[in-house]
Each structure stands twice: as C-alpha cells, then as structure tokens.
Design a protein around this ligand. Structure first.
Ligand code: BV8
Ligand code: ZN
Length: 263
C-alpha cells in the first residue's frame, strides 16, 4: 500500500508541475488539522441534535434566528482560535508561485486568506493571489443585512445568547444574517462563474478534503475531467469522486500537500 501511495504522490506531483492551469477545490477536510470541525464530524458533541443541512437554511433562520445565530457564534468562536495548517500554507505558496492556479473553496473559515497573509510576498503578488481565491459559500466572519446592502466583516465575538437582542443593521434596523450561502440559496454569481470557467480550462483539478456531496461545488472536478483534464484527490476517506480520480492520495491534507506541491 505504501508503494502505491508513494507512486501516486510522485505521479500527481509531476502532473501538477507540468500542468497548465490548476484548479484547487477544498472542503472542510483541509481545515481539519487546524482544529476546525468538519461537517461530517460536527455531528457529535454540542450540536449533535442538529444536522448542518437543517441549520444552514433560510427556513431555519426564519423559524428560529436565535438558534441559527448561536450556532454561527459558536463556530466563529472556534474558528477564530484556529490557524492555517501546512496544507493551507502549501496552497498559499502555490497561488503566489503560479498565476495559473485558482483556489475555489467551500469553506467559510477564512483560513486560505489567513495563510496568504502569513506569507512574506510583495503586496502586488499577494493581492493577485488573493484574487484567485474564490469563496463559493461565503465568509463566516461577514454579516449582511436582510433588507439593505449593508455588509460588515469582523472577527468580533457575537453576543447572541439568550437575553441579547439579535444583531440589527446599523443603517436601516433590519435583521442581520451570516453572509454565507445556505442550502437552497444560489451561490455568488461571480465566484461560481469564475470557478466554472477555471474548472473547464484547467488541465488538472486538485480536490482536497471534501466529501463531494454538496452541489454545485462537487460538480466542478467532473467539469475538468469532461474537458480532458486530470483529477488528483487528497482525502483519507473515499468519496463519490474517488473512482474518477487519476491519482488518489489517501492521506491527511497537511501531510500530503507539502509533498505534492513541493513547498
Ligand atoms: C444551490 C456554507 C440552487 C454555510 C454550505 C445539484 C445541483 C445544485 C444544487 C443541488 C444539487 N443537488 C442538491 C442540491 C441542493 C444542495 C445540495 O447540494 N445538497 C446536498 C446536501 C445534497 N445545494 C445547495 O443548496 C446549494 N445551492 O444549489 O442553489 C439555486 C439556484 C438558483 C436559485 C436558488 C437556488 C448551496 C450549497 C451551499 C450550502 N452551504 N456552507 C455554512 O458553512 O454554515 S455547505 C457546507 O457543507 C460546506 O460549505 C461544504 O460545502 C459542505 C460540507 O462539505 P465538505 O466541505 O466536503 O465537508 P465534509 O465534512 O462533508 O467532508 C470533509 C471531508 O474531508 C471528508 O471526506 C473527510 O474524509 C475529509 N477529511 C477529514 N479530515 C481530513 C480530510 N481530508 C483531508 N485531510 C484531512 N485531515
Ligand atoms: Zn440594513
């Protein structure tokens, strides 16, 4: 098994080096080694009574905004204490090194941007790399108004426990909500268009730490394959994409990516 894994790492690393156009798609697994619970394992402990598909919906927010706000406040508190891991850093260096690399993430934890911020890079280069990180599902540290166009990003501790009034828009007094994409909501047009174009043009798609169950994100790697591209999957567990992968690397992201991306 170790031989096959080494061979896959070598083959995938060479393919990534030679490819023109790399699309990286990440999911919660890339942040697991930073201590951010994945959705699959978020079901144990405090929130085991709820499934993310039940809480991350407009209906839940309409029905019980306090419950949804408490879930996001708890997740923000946890994520605010987490730092980028070796996988985030290897991906940040890839983006800084290669202008033909685009990173599309399903994660809302901001750790890809945090990893870029930690790299010593000329500001223009860093700005350009940040522009090639596409947030398909929003940002847990951003809130937006449900009535006007007000948006605010900060890492403050949300005071939403019982007894606190729910967050209100300072401009119009409307209800504020987490600026993330809930189930049943459309993805941000520009991010989805950018991701789709990148997936169609990439010679290789590197998929890291996603169960590949949530659409339309999970369809992006198949778009690369359908255009004749190759697929590298980094995930200790098999997923619906595994059988279509050109190379499967059954390792944790923090261990595999520094080898794969050579940094
Ligand atoms: C939409 C933000 C349409 C909120 C999230 C087909 C086409 C289009 C839509 C659908 C479709 N089929 C079904 C749908 C509906 C739905 C959907 O996909 N449902 C699923 C459940 C079947 N999709 C939607 O509703 C999307 N919207 O399509 O709108 C539309 C169009 C126009 C007008 C109106 C509507 C919106 C989906 C976005 C939902 N928001 N997040 C928040 O975070 O609170 S989804 C959320 O869950 C994440 O963002 C992520 O996408 C998903 C969790 O997936 P993963 O990231 O993969 O995490 P998971 O825990 O599942 O897996 C982790 C993996 O890592 C595992 O495989 C594990 O083995 C691995 N791992 C663990 N440790 C490591 C590791 N890997 C590497 N290293 C490690 N150390
Ligand atoms: Zn407002």
């Amino acid at each position: 098994m170790v031989g096959r894994r080494t061979e896959a790492l070598r083959g995938a690393r060479a393919a990534l080096q030679d490819a023109e156009g790399i699309l990286v798609l990440t999911g919660a697994g890339v942040s697991a080694e930073s201590g951010v619970p994945t959705f699959r394992d978020a079901r144990d402990g405090l929130w085991s009574r709820y499934r993310p598909e039940e809480l991350a919906t407009p209906d839940s927010f309409r029905r019980d905004p306090g419950l949804v706000w408490r879930w996001y406040a708890m997740r923000r508190r946890g994520i605010a204490a987490c730092r980028p891991n070796a996988a985030h850093r290897a991906l940040a260096r890839l983006l800084l090194r290669r202008k033909d690399a685009i990173l599309v993430t399903q994660n809302v934890d901001g750790l890809h941007h945090a990893a870029l911020d930690e790299e010593e890079a000329p500001s223009q280069n860093a700005r350009d790399a940040r522009g090639r990180v596409l947030l398909l599902h929003g940002d847990i540290f951003r809130v937006r108004c449900t009535v006007c166009t007000y948006r605010r990003r900060d890492r403050s501790e949300l005071q939403v426990d019982d007894g606190h009034a729910l967050p209100r828009c300072p401009r119009c007094g409307g209800d504020l909500r987490p600026d993330v994409v809930w189930f049943g909501e459309p993805l941000p047009t520009s991010a989805l268009e950018g991701a789709t174009t990148a997936a169609a043009q990439a010679e290789i798609c590197l998929v890291v730490g996603t169960s590949a169950l949530v659409h339309p994100a999970a369809s992006l790697p198949r778009l690369t394959l359908s255009q004749g591209g190759e697929l590298v999957e980094v995930n200790p567990d098999p997923t619906p994409l595994s059988s279509a992968a050109t190379w499967r690397i059954p390792l944790p992201a923090g261990e595999a990516l520094p080898h794969l991306l050579g940094s």
